[in-house]
Unconditional design. Structure first.
Length: 100
């Protein structure tokens, strides 16, 4: 009975998290990570980028999904945030976010 319970739990976790990996982001994420850090500081969020999940840049605007973690790293929790960016004076600026 324990084996069946373990198997059902394992399969359920795979279904919930998805079996495939996320595609790697190929663009340089450093300017966007800096823009997110500035954005989080200005809103007192205490979060930082763990990893970029996606990044799409088009004509002075960009959209990204990033896994975020608590800046102190105490709890090990990560959440996904979707960011909108705009290029201003040659630099990327995060203008909004939405928790996913």
């Amino acid at each position: 009975m324990k084996v069946i319970s373990f198997f059902v739990t394992a399969v359920s976790m795979l279904i919930l998290t998805g079996c495939g990996g996320e595609p790697a982001v190929t663009e340089n994420t450093a300017p966007f990570e800096k823009a997110i850090a500035t954005y989080c500081r200005s809103h007192n969020y205490g979060m930082k980028v763990k990893k970029f999940v996606s990044l799409k840049v088009t004509a002075g605007k960009a959209d990204a999904v990033a896994k975020m973690r608590e800046a102190g790293g105490t709890y090990g929790i990560s959440v996904k945030w979707e960011f909108k960016f705009q290029k201003q004076n040659g630099k990327w600026k995060a203008i909004s976010h939405n928790a996913k």
